[in-house]
Design a protein around this ligand. Structure first.
Ligand code: ZN
Length: 235
């Protein structure tokens, strides 16, 4: 199975504090816990040619993990279209944290994807709402993150196909933190935690959710559906 981690990789270069938390970039941190015997992981960043995303690379990718924040507007529309089309063909997509405002997530959702936010060291508790879901495997009743950015409802997304986590924050807000969607032949998972100034991706249970999500989002192995004018199967 092949996973491509796409990271904007700007905060790590602009802010020393972020670079200390993620010396190999957020993509490097995620790669370090996703790579296993059966998962091959590559990374790509915004400032590479084509943002590191080529047709050939996408064609052999099973799941893309997406982290972006400062520079959603700099992602070329033609690259967004390629990723979008690959999701419709069956490629999985895991959208993390501020990726809620990425062009590709907004295009897949068809809504504004806006939310409330606050950077004030809130504690976050992500409650498992669907204990039967494979993305929640190995997770207790909740995940507690000591300090995180707050995201609050209303989150302007379509009603999720499945809601796996709901977050509570010390400010009193709640948020739909783990949402799945089917789009075309592809599976999409939005996962909220991961503000760049906190060591969230070093936390084991957060890592476990992303590991589970990548396996869940792997394309279902089958021939692609045919469309258009069709001859009857029966004579
Ligand atoms: Zn953030």
């Amino acid at each position: 199975m092949k996973v491509l981690i796409w990271n904007e990789h700007r905060h790590e270069q602009l802010n020393e504090e972020v670079a200390k938390i993620y010396p190999k970039g957020i993509h490097g941190a995620i790669k370090s816990f996703l790579e296993t015997d059966d998962i091959e992981v590559e990374t790509a960043t915004l400032d590479e040619p084509n943002h590191g995303i080529t047709d050939e690379r996408l064609a052999e990718t099973d799941v893309v993990v997406w982290w972006g924040h400062l520079a959603h507007g700099e992602v070329a529309d033609e690259i967004v279209e390629k990723v979008y089309q690959r999701v419709l063909e069956g490629m999985g997509l895991i959208v993390l944290h501020s990726g809620h405002f990425s062009k590709v997530f907004k295009k897949l959702m068809g809504t504004g994807c806006d939310l409330k936010w606050r950077e004030a060291d809130d504690t976050e508790r992500l409650w498992v709402i669907d204990p039967t879901h494979p993305i929640a495997e190995g997770i207790g009743e909740y995940i507690e993150i000591e300090k995180e950015e707050m995201y609050g409802e209303h989150f302007d997304i379509p009603v999720p196909d499945e809601l796996i986590f709901v977050s509570w924050f010390t400010g009193g807000e709640v948020f739909r933190s783990g949402c799945t969607y089917r789009r075309g032949h592809g599976k999409v998972f939005y996962f909220r935690p991961g503000h760049e100034s906190y060591p969230t991706y070093h936390q084991k249970d957060v890592q476990r959710v992303i590991q589970n999500a990548v396996r869940w989002a792997k394309p279902t192995a089958r021939e692609f559906s045919s469309y258009g004018n069709a001859q009857p199967i029966e004579k």
